[in-house]
Design a protein around this ligand. Structure first.
Ligand code: F6R
Ligand code: ZN
Length: 187
């Protein structure tokens, strides 16, 4: 294994060299939004827009990997575009999110049900402690681009968030991003 410099474009999220990528479109995120009727309509009339793209840089045998997440601006009935959100499978492994451009909200939830919010503005490096679920939300009108760094063994556990939702949602109220209780949250 040899050291290497990886060029990251903080405006587009491009990673050179990158070793893998995936895209999430609105139709694949149906369950996480409040208004699924409106989501279906948007998928129909807007041709299933991209919500976010993840590009990673990973080296065989390394303990760490990193990459970018690039989130498009957008809303479904006032609820901002967001990632699925997850705990890590390894409960002893956290993560770092370093915002490059755009404006977002990082919504975090501990196993005990505490909620924390970290604003994602350019230059803010967010510390995500082990065993806190995390979801990023683009609350701006441009792309939100952030770099994440994580242990390769951390893994993703999407089940809890998919089943119960998160306790808070982030919506546009009179042009301001507002954190509200999730009316559909269930234990
Ligand atoms: C990895 C991590 C990020 C997210 C990415 C997409 O542990 O936190 O790379 O995976 O921002 O979000 P999810 O995976 O929640 O759809
Ligand atoms: Zn993570």
């Amino acid at each position: 294994m040899l050291p290497e410099g990886v060029l990251i474009n903080g405006l587009t999220g491009e990673v050179s060299p990158g070793t893998g990528k995936y895209t999430k479109r609105l139709s694949e995120l149906r369950e996480i939004f409040q208004d699924q009727t409106e989501l279906d309509r948007l998928v129909e009339v807007e041709g299933d827009p991209v919500v976010y793209e993840v590009i990673e840089y990973r080296k065989e045998g390394s303990d760490l990997f990193f990459g970018t997440t690039t989130m498009e601006p957008g809303k479904v009935s006032g609820e901002f575009f967001m990632t699925r959100g997850h705990f890590h499978q390894r409960r002893d492994m956290g993560e770092v999110y370093y915002t490059q451009s755009g404006h977002g909200v990082l919504l975090l939830e501990s196993r005990k049900g505490e909620t924390k919010v970290v604003r994602m503005d350019p230059g803010v490096c967010a510390f995500i402690p082990p065993d806190w679920a995390h979801r990023s939300i683009n609350v701006g009108s441009e792309k939100l681009v952030f770099v994440w760094v994580c242990n390769v063994d951390a893994g993703h556990d999407y089940g809890d968030i998919l089943k119960h939702g998160m306790r808070k949602i982030v919506v546009d109220r009179d042009g301001k991003d507002t954190i509200m209780n999730n009316p559909h949250y269930s234990l």
